[in-house]
Design a protein around this ligand. Structure first.
Ligand SMILES: O=C(O)CCC(=O)C(=O)O
Length: 257
């Protein structure tokens, strides 16, 4: 089943390459966003809520790999239009693999802000050609916690891991980031998305509304990336070969046609 997803324009790709992030209004048709929202709410209601105690759990709840459990989220994550978009945004990349999908929920009163961080420092790939599509499943006004990005921070390489210990957010470790422009607060409608590079420093304020912030993320990376063998929960135990591509069902190639 093909998902109704629009293509990324050349202007959007240029903006992403220059800034390390981009906003994609109406990436997904509103009726699909509505269906996904209802499925997300059903899944969240069915799950036994056990609040995690980690540093990430303070910022948002997760239903990792949701596309492996839900056909409609899978149809979206594996849609050729999203893969084409990722290829268009990532410089020099011909094909992409899906790294992970996630359903994120930021509850008012329960979750705090998402501290500024990069995604890549955790990853066992030998290239940082990786991005995350962050799709609003319901309207996400800025004060509900849409993402903010340090514009151009993707040009500074890996800046270290966050969420390892107290006070290790990117802004505390690298106060010079304040010299970069912070993206404006974004009001997203259901079906709008932002995309950020795995090297872009990003975070989000806490949810100041009275309903949960609901979003779906899909992360894609260069299909030609090689496995480095760095310890990582998702890849440990998969018998991936060091210096070989991620040729494994957990990292499907997503066709662009
Ligand atoms: O949704 C958030 O608050 C953070 C999400 C995030 O860091 C990511 O998708 O890379």
């Amino acid at each position: 089943m093909a998902a109704p997803v629009r293509d990324v324009t050349e202007d959007e790709a240029r903006f992403f390459r220059d800034n390390g992030w981009v906003r994609l209004p109406g990436l997904v048709a509103p009726d699909l966003a509505g269906r996904l929202r209802r499925r997300a709410l059903d899944r969240l209601a069915a799950r036994r809520r056990t609040a995690g105690s980690g540093l990430v759990d303070r910022a948002f709840g997760q239903d990792r790999d949701i596309a492996e459990h839900d056909a409609e989220f899978w149809a979206l994550a594996a849609s050729p239009a999203l893969a084409r978009g990722a290829v268009r945004l990532l410089t020099g990349v011909q094909r992409v693999r899906l790294q992970v999908t996630n359903l994120l929920v930021k509850e008012p009163g329960e979750h705090g802000r998402t501290v500024f961080h990069q995604d890549f420092p955790w990853m066992p790939m030998d290239t940082s050609a990786m991005l995350t599509v962050w799709l609003a499943l319901a309207d996400v006004p800025a004060d509900m916690g849409s993402l903010r990005f340090f514009t151009g921070s993707h040009r500074y390489g890996t800046l270290g891991r966050t969420f390892v210990r107290e006070g290790d957010d990117a802004l505390t470790r690298h106060p010079w980031l304040r010299d970069l422009e912070l993206s404006p607060p974004l009001d997203l409608a259901a079906g709008d998305a932002t995309v950020h590079s795995a090297l872009t420093v990003h975070g989000a304020p806490q949810n100041r509304r009275d309903t949960p912030r609901l979003s779906f993320t899909a992360t894609y990376f260069d299909a030609a990336a090689l496995y480095t063998g760095a310890p990582y929960g998702q890849t440990d135990g998969l018998d991936l070969e060091v210096n070989r591509p991620f040729d494994h069902p957990r990292f499907p190639l997503v066709p662009v046609e």
